[in-house]
Write a protein that binds this ligand. Structure first.
Ligand SMILES: O=C(O)C1=C[C@@H](OP(=O)(O)O)[C@@H](O)[C@H](O)C1
Ligand SMILES: C=C(OP(=O)(O)O)C(=O)O
Length: 424
């Protein structure tokens, strides 16, 4: 689907979707707890659907109920060995695939994992190395499909810390179920660490003990049991980033549903945008952002990779130079996001220099309209849409349906704040 946006100020109040990262984690913990758990305030998206699909295949019973307060998932946990070869479709979700591979093993299942889009090209080597070391049988012709069969023993585990934190989260969910105690160590400084901290928080709420001995070293007692409970998912700061960017570009937007004490690393977007000169304040429980004069800063993406597209877009219409550093891993997402943002912003007249590990952006007061591609990546589509108040002509975005991966109602919300969107 292609859409065309006519530049217009964006103003109004929006409830941000609930955190995709937290929802994946809560569903997984619930699926591992014997008994009933309720997860409330869920935003349904293709990625969440993929996690629900595979956990159901492994034996969880997950019921989706729609009410006034959004979606509630009632989950009867207890994963178990199922008959025959299971076909687990992870869609395009890196989190789903990397979180659930260890659980396929610990539930004793023989699984062939498939996926779409760029998922097949995204790294899995840390797991292949682990399979080799732990004598777990697997078959791949490179990427997906990937067939895995075996058991996940406790013991000593090592992973590189600079590929994806999602491998750590996957093992942290599965190793407490092993018969033996385990250690998990990062062989390089652990990047995206805030996501691992979010995992530890979910585990603790479900009665699982993990000892963080030092940064990147975890001791995991075996033979543990997940507890049931009720959990309300909070708003997603990585999605809030697009609305904050939109407001600062031109408009006034109030966001509800965000927690001030959130463990989401992407909460850093508020500080980063304020550092650029953005007017953002907390007022009556809402996060309020308005049109501001912005200047470039240095942004370190090591712990906040998902903020890069929105940040790069805003930098292109801010005064002076912005440098995005430590962003090499951002090339390993739904597309090469550094390259995609450099190419698409340049089409609109921006000055963007691509570096191996980041971007250097020389801002301009306004950019032109034109036709850009989403690269089938939800965050590229949303980032480009968010700066339309600063464009001198209409913007056509090809592949606008990519938002379904995390935020299916994005274009509806865009219209709600006055966005002039039509299907092209
Ligand atoms: O654990 C998570 O929920 C995520 C971790 C991050 O990935 P990396 O650890 O690969 O940076 C992030 O980019 C992704 O969108 C969600
Ligand atoms: C990279 C993302 O998700 P995942 O790694 O789960 O595909 C994302 O949502 O930006």
């Amino acid at each position: 689907m292609n859409i065309t946006i006519r530049p217009a100020p964006l103003s109004g109040t929006l409830r941000v979707p609930s955190s995709k990262s937290m929802t994946h984690r809560e569903i997984i913990a619930a699926a591992l707890a014997k008994g009933e758990t309720e997860v409330t305030g869920v935003t349904w998206s293709e990625d969440i659907e993929a996690t629900v699909r595979i956990l159901s295949l492994f034996g969880a019973a997950i019921e989706k109920k729609e009410g006034k307060e959004g979606i509630t998932l009632s989950i009867r946990g207890g994963l178990a060995k199922q008959e025959g070869l299971l076909h687990a479709d992870a869609g395009e979700s890196g989190s789903t695939l990397r979180f659930l591979i260890p659980l396929g093993l610990s539930s004793g299942n023989h699984v062939v994992y498939t996926g779409r889009g760029r998922l097949s090209e995204r790294p899995l080597t840390p797991y292949y190395d682990m399979f080799d070391r732990k004598q777990i049988s697997y078959h791949t012709e490179g990427g997906l499909p990937l067939e895995v069969q075996g058991t996940l023993p406790g013991g000593a585990y090592e992973l590189p810390g600079d590929v994806s934190s999602q491998f750590f989260t996957g093992l942290l969910f599965a190793l407490p179920l092993a018969d033996e105690d385990s250690t998990l160590r990062s062989t390089t400084p652990l990047e995206s660490k805030s996501y691992v901290d979010m995992t530890l928080d979910t585990l603790a709420r479900h009665g699982i003990t993990i000892h963080e001995k030092e940064e990147g070293l975890y001791e995991i007692p075996g033979r543990q049991h997940y507890k049931t409970g009720t959990f309300a998912v909070e708003g997603d700061y990585s999605q809030a980033a697009f609305w904050l960017t939109a407001a600062l570009s031109g408009g006034t937007i109030a966001l509800t549903g965000l927690s001030d004490t959130s463990l989401q690393g992407d909460r850093a977007i508020v500080t980063l945008l304020k550092d650029m000169g953005g007017h953002i304040e907390k007022k009556e429980g809402r996060l309020l952002a308005e049109k501001s004069s912005l200047h470039g800063i240095t942004m370190d993406a090591e712990n906040v990779p998902d903020l890069v597209p929105a940040f790069a877009a805003l930098a292109a219409v801010s005064e002076g130079v912005t440098e995005i550093i430590h962003a090499g891993r951002v090339r390993l997402k739904e597309c090469d996001r550094l390259h995609a943002m450099a190419v698409e912003l340049t089409k609109l007249g921006a000055e963007v220099e691509e570096k191996p590990e980041g971007l250097v952006i020389r801002g301009k007061p306004v950019l032109s309209g034109g036709t850009v591609s989403s690269w089938n990546d939800h965050r590229i589509a949303m980032a480009l849409a968010s700066i339309t108040p600063k464009l001198t002509g209409p913007l056509t975005i090809e592949g606008a349906e990519s938002v379904k991966k995390s935020y299916p109602r994005f274009w509806e919300d865009f219209r709600k704040v006055g966005g002039k969107v039509v299907e092209a």
